[in-house]
Write a protein that binds this ligand. Structure first.
Ligand code: AMP
Ligand code: ZN
Ligand code: FE
Ligand code: FE
Length: 290
């Protein structure tokens, strides 16, 4: 049983449309795949049809942009009701912030001598619901400014680099409560990856607020960090997941299934989502089994 619980389609900053992503997941030998686009459920409908066609189990999810102080923390949400009004409002606010940021980044780049227009970025984003810095990076690649998304982030777009612009994200504790209220299960994504702001104390506090799990096996975590996080998950009775964080061609070394979640951990995660759904009284998306 091969299970990958974190992937992105072109509805956010992945490069494959949802149906293509689901087909590729099946071809990669996965039995279960979760689609977790940034801050939106817009990819679900297309993914559902493709999953039924190829015969793969689909977990409907999303990766919510949250904030702890000034630091960015990503929160994976599995099987939440995206129409739960407080969650829908938070997602709309985040998407507005993403949209408003595009012209601001372009203006900064132009003031630095890089000729990029908002139209360039919108073209690269296509019909993505969640526009992001990766689309700005793609526009820079198309103009020959940089060779890769990696280079665009390192040179221009990361915090502390000259074209960085901040945007709205939901306070982390509020986001955990929103996911629970929407009847879903939340998992902190790559907590000790590029930025490491969450302490064991933070995680313990979040567990008390209803956090269901920690993403342990992720490409941004070296082996020693994975073992520390696995121990912490055990101590805090949190689910330990493993996933690719696949972005199609948008991120190297994140192939589908490069990390996987053990079946017993998925069982626990689904149990947590089921408990949250019962407590919330919301009609939540079921696990889609072929
Ligand atoms: P944004 O959503 O606009 O805040 O951009 C952050 C997203 O860009 C992250 O969620 C990653 O998916 C992606 N990302 C961050 N750093 C890199 C990088 N060095 N190369 C490629 N993609 C990146
Ligand atoms: Zn992404
Ligand atoms: Fe992330
Ligand atoms: Fe991600």
């Amino acid at each position: 049983m091969r299970i990958d619980l974190h992937t992105h389609s072109s509805v956010s900053d992945g490069t494959d449309p949802p149906a293509v992503l689901v087909r590729r997941a099946h071809e990669a030998g996965l039995d279960v795949v979760a689609l977790t686009d940034h801050d939106t459920a817009d990819s679900w409908a297309e993914a559902e049809r493709a999953a039924a066609e190829v015969g793969i189990t689909l977990v409907r999810g999303m990766e919510i942009s949250t904030r702890l102080g000034h630091a960015s923390v990503h929160l994976l949400a599995y099987l939440p009701d995206p129409t739960y009004p407080p969650l829908a409002r938070a997602l709309a606010d985040i998407l507005d912030g993403r949209n408003d940021r595009v012209p601001a980044i372009c203006a900064k780049l132009r003031s630095l001598g890089v000729e990029i227009t908002e139209d360039d970025v919108r073209r690269r984003a296509g019909d993505a619901a969640a526009t992001g810095r990766p689309h700005v990076a793609d526009a820079m690649i198309a103009r020959g400014v940089v060779a890769s998304r990696e280079e665009a982030f390192a040179t221009w777009l990361n915090p502390g680099r000259p074209a960085y612009v901040d945007r709205y994200a939901v306070p982390l504790e509020e986001a955990v409560a929103l996911v629970a209220g929407a009847g879903g299960a939340s998992v902190v994504a790559h907590p000790w990856g590029r930025s490491r702001v969450l302490t064991p104390d933070h995680l313990e506090r979040l567990a008390g607020l209803g956090l269901a799990g920690i993403e342990v096996d992720h490409q941004d975590h070296p082996a020693s960090v994975r073992e520390q996080l696995r121990g912490l998950a055990e101590d805090l009775d949190l689910v330990a997941t493993g996933s690719s964080d696949h972005h199609g061609l948008g991120k190297v070394d994140h192939d589908l299934g490069c990390n996987t979640t053990p079946p017993e951990q998925l069982e626990r995660l689904l149990q947590r989502a089921g408990d949250a759904a019962s407590a919330s009284g919301r009609t939540t998306p079921a696990l889609l089994v072929p």
